[in-house]
Design a protein around this ligand. Structure first.
Ligand SMILES: [Fe+2]
Length: 257
């Protein structure tokens, strides 16, 4: 069994289809979900989006600190349903949340981090990563589908992280959206960056597709895996598991030992 202490979902669960959300709801391990741009639903009324948020209940961490009984980490959600590219609110987002400005989004993220325990590692969970991590196609949040390649991160997230770092450490920022495999056969994306000065790690978990079959015909499923010890990040990797929960392949991104 994988048996993680916490499970984080980086979004793009199913284009408004509720089956994945309902499956996530059955997980008894502490779970945090941030919805992605593909979870906005096809209706401009925001009804599909609101129904997913409602179904997720406490597991949805949009702009808030997750509340678990005995948390081992603090998880703060960023702006949900982001498609990257600085700051943009879709019609569905406006319908579900109102006209949230960039400044308001920053205020919500920072306020959520402010009430997180100082004793626990702080993880920020986002659908798109922040700006400021490079503008190459292969950068961790770089635009690869259109020339020129530019930084396609979220501006409100970068500003939030910078503000939080003035008062405490942000241990890890986890996000998805920007697929690992680059368009036009240009290879793969950088998926991990460690800001050693501020001791903040950034992890892009968007392995697409997450399920596949290896050369022997075994089904594999990808998870990004992170471990903390004594409030310090000690390990980060991409892992492909077999159906029997054994690791078929591991790409180690960081290992303190
Ligand atoms: Fe996405």
């Amino acid at each position: 069994m994988l048996n993680p202490d916490v499970i984080l979902f980086v979004g793009d669960l199913g284009d408004g289809d509720l089956r994945t959300v309902k499956a996530i709801n059955k997980i008894s391990i502490p779970t945090a979900v941030i919805l992605g741009n593909h979870d906005r639903g096809n209706d401009n009324s925001g009804v599909q989006l609101r129904s997913q948020i409602s179904l997720l209940g406490e597991k949805d961490c949009s702009w808030r600190l997750c509340k678990w009984q005995n948390p081992l980490v603090s998880v703060v959600g960023a702006r949900p349903c982001s498609a990257g590219g600085g700051y943009f609110l879709s019609q569905q987002m406006k319908a579900a949340f109102g006209h949230i400005s960039l400044d308001e989004s920053v205020r919500r993220i920072v306020n959520a981090a402010n009430v997180a325990s100082e004793e626990l590692p702080l993880i920020i969970l986002a659908h798109s990563g922040p700006t400021g991590l490079g503008s190459e196609a292969s950068s961790i949040c770089g635009r690869d589908w259109k020339v020129p390649s530019i930084d396609w991160g979220d501006k409100d997230l970068e500003i939030s992280i910078t503000q939080i770092q003035k008062v405490r450490k942000v241990d890890l920022v986890v996000f998805g959206h920007m697929h690992h495999e680059l368009k036009r056969g240009r290879g793969t994306r950088q998926t991990f960056y460690h800001d050693l000065r501020r001791r903040t790690a950034y992890l892009n978990a968007a392995c697409v597709p997450r399920r596949g079959i290896d050369a022997l015909g075994d089904e594999l499923c990808h998870f990004s895996w992170v471990e903390f010890s004594n409030r310090e990040l000690i390990h980060a990797s991409h892992r492909w598991y077999k159906n029997d929960s054994s690791i078929a392949f591991q790409e180690t991104l960081f290992d303190k030992n």
